[in-house]
Design a protein around this ligand. Structure first.
Ligand code: C6P
Length: 411
């Protein structure tokens, strides 16, 4: 589909073989769990299979034909990700095993290089555990202090509190672009600008934004940005860390091993330049190639059109869910993307998930690896319907019908 044609969701759906699958009681899959992991288009599945059947070899290690071919495919994927993210000169893209590993890499490397006793790291109350625990570990190790930007009842960052908490001791601000538990879209460009003025560095967790909206690193202005391949129509086992070269260059390596060295003796090892310095060992080659294909696929669809399509689902879904008696939406930010979390007065989220599953509808129920968010709203768990570029209004109607069944059974 050309990026200028109207968005044809039926045509997009044909690219995803799994969407034809019958899952339960003769019901066709209604997949509303893309925040956990997205489905994969045939072109990504084919790219991985083609690599294994035609090009399989290790990268950066051999002079033989296949090794060179695999290396070219691997490095091409880096270019594809760079253009997908709108990365800048002076920045580098590193492949990791996931968004979680990318954040840990920065917490470890930036922490060792730049954070000392008495310094502060600022995160927000709506972070995923992957953007909390690595900073907690760093603060414990370095004697630094973890501070938390509170959120209001609608699930938005309280920006006055951010302004108040940001100070000369703040070394790192690490916040999510889009909350996986609430769907809130945060004002990341403003956060980056204010942090820069205060002399702090910023990491933006883009795990839930990169699949849903155009990403322009120039406009965001972050020092680090992370994304998860498997949430962007790519395979599992691969993530992206984008960062400013001047910082990455000064960060110690994250793991030691093959490909991250210039020379090794028993007395001393010297390290390779970035990105190789942070890609120790045989990387996830097939996964990186698959992710490059996914980035191309998304670029061809047009991320602005994907965002518009999903915005329509968000507006329609919110309107429809609000009409289900006894249902409360958790997170009512003005800017939302990707996910709607909710509770029902008659049933526990796990029961909601179970009844919907009987209808072939996949949602996530639980704390979404964001327990502090649940604590903020005084709930143990929510049910979460999350969207992808292949979802339709008809699937939201199916969800609403399923929720009425939940009421019939439990109310
Ligand atoms: N959230 C969800 O169902 P990994 O697991 O490394 O690919 O991604 C971690 C991660 C980091 N940040 C945010 C905002 C996330 O949403 C996630 C993953 C999934 O919400 C699985 S817990």
């Amino acid at each position: 589909m050309a990026a200028t044609a109207p968005y044809d969701v039926d045509r997009v759906r044909r690219d995803f073989p799994i969407l034809k699958r019958i899952v339960r009681n003769g019901k066709r899959l209604v997949y509303l769990d893309s925040a956990a992991t997205s489905q994969k288009p045939q072109c990504v599945i084919d790219a991985i299979s083609r690599y294994y059947s035609e090009d399989n070899a290790n990268v950066h290690r051999g002079v033989h034909h296949l090794s060179q071919r695999a290396t070219d495919l691997y490095e091409d994927a880096r270019h594809k990700i760079n253009s997908f993210l709108g990365t800048m000169v002076g920045c580098e893209t590193i492949f990791t095993r996931g968004a979680t590993e990318a954040i840990n890499l920065v917490a470890h490397g930036f922490g060792k290089g730049f954070v000392n006793a008495g310094d502060e790291v600022l995160i927000s109350h709506m972070e995923h555990h992957s953007n909390i625990v690595p900073w907690q570990m760093l603060c414990e190790a370095r004697g630094a202090k973890l501070r938390v930007i509170p959120i209001n009842d609608d699930g938005e960052l309280i920006m006055e509190e951010f302004d108040r908490l940001l100070n000369g001791r703040t070394k790192m601000v690490s916040v999510t672009h889009v909350s996986n538990a609430l769907g809130t879209v945060n004002p990341v460009a403003e956060i980056c600008r204010k942090a820069r003025e205060a002399g702090a560095r910023v990491l933006i967790d883009g795990a839930q934004s990169a699949p849903h909206m155009p990403i322009d690193m120039k406009a965001i202005g972050a020092d680090f940005f992370v994304a998860a391949g498997h949430k962007m129509c790519g395979p599992t086992g691969v993530g992206v860390l984008y960062g400013r070269a001047e910082l990455l260059d000064r960060m110690p390596p994250w793991q030691g091993g093959g490909d991250m060295i210039l020379s090794v003796t028993f007395e001393k090892t010297t390290y390779a330049h970035i990105p190789a310095r942070f890609e120790a060992g045989t990387p996830p080659i097939a996964e990186v190639i698959g992710l490059g294909e996914a980035a191309d696929y998304l670029t061809k669809l047009g991320m602005d059109r994907v965002a518009a399509h999903e915005h329509d689902l968000m507006v329609y879904g919110t309107e429809q869910l609000k009409q289900v008696p006894g249902l409360t939406i958790v997170g009512n930010a003005k800017e939302k993307a990707g996910a709607i979390s909710f509770t029902m007065d008659c049933a526990h989220p796990h029961d909601i998930g179970q009844i919907l599953d009987d209808e072939g509808i996949a949602v996530r129920a639980g704390h979404h690896c964001a327990q502090p968010v649940m604590q903020r709203y005084g709930v143990a768990a929510t049910a979460r319907a999350s969207f992808g570029l292949y979802n339709t209004r008809a699937e939201i109607d199916a969800l609403v019908a399923g929720l009425h069944k939940v009421r019939e059974i439990f109310a």
